[in-house]
Ligand binder design. Sequence first.
Ligand SMILES: *Cc1c(COP(=O)(O)O)cnc(C)c1O
Length: 359
Amino acid sequence: MIYEDYYIFTPGPVKMSQEIMDIGAKQTPYFRNCEFSEVTFACEKGLLEMVNAPKGSKVIFLTASGTAGMESVVMNLLSKDDNALVVNGGGFGGRFVEICKTHDVTHRDFKVANTNLSDIEALAPQEDYSALIVNAHETSVGHLYDLNAMGAYAQKNNMLYIVDAISMLVTDKLDMQESNIDVVIASSQKGLALPPGLTMVILNPKALEKVQEIKSLYFNFKDYLSNGERGQTPYTPAVTIMLQLEARLAQIKRLGGVERSIANAKAMSEYFRQSIKGLPLKAYTPYMPNAMTTLTPTDGKSAMDIVNGLEEAYKVMVCPNGGELREVIFRVSHMGEMTKEYTDVLIDSLYDYYKIDRA
Ligand SMILES: *Cc1c(COP(=O)(O)O)cnc(C)c1O
């Protein structure tokens, strides 16, 4: 399978730019030196700037997929003496619940549907919590939560506010200071449009204070923080992805800053949603991020058949769902290097698939 021939609308990995792919084709350099420390520092600086982290914040770079970012945050910052309110609106919220169970962190499985939690105060079960955990964009269904409202609630109740921003960074607004966020979890293969393999944890000073001694060698944040002082990691980092991250952060700046990338993702998602109005498809949730559109067939067609049909006939990759939503929804990512022309390939394929003329 030559993936370059495909049109990529899957929510990770996403369409990467040529500039980033070219870096991936080069010899991986040695990294225990000042040159590479500078790369780490540039990545840290760029990320902190992008999320408007408060002064004194730090970034931990882990060579692993995003779930390791989620798990390591729970391991390093929470314990059985906490009571974490875990927002569970789908597969990724459910994963945080599993992680808390695995590490004996006291938690409440806060199952939510049909709300962006702008009224979390009224909806949350009344208990004393020490932490609030949420996947800003619940990627399993394409649902975006109200980060500001949740941040105000967390601040009022003195909770540590942990946000998995993996599938909305770069496409949707995230401002640590405005939303009072203490921890941001990022990952390379979604909005950042890099290959998978690098996850980043951003800790503000309040979260840094919470970092505890833990029973883990590889995921010990204290170790990462002390090595980070000199721009290094305790173990071999995903060197090439770090080089790609440095270039990607510079690219985002060059293209007008993250606000510009967000505006572009918004324009692409709106263009797509507008253009498919003539098809028997409807939005699955009213709270869609710019990052992704989740669609339900209204004519009884199987969502899985549409996914397969698009791949077979047009080399267009959209994303199916597992489990009970398998036949009910499919997902279209707007993350990565998206243009109108590129999005048109998907739109035209959908119209052709349905044998309906595009207006
Ligand atoms: C993709 C994703 C993750 C990470 O999944 P990995 O497969 O471990 O990289 C975590 N949270 C959200 C919301 C995601 O979309």
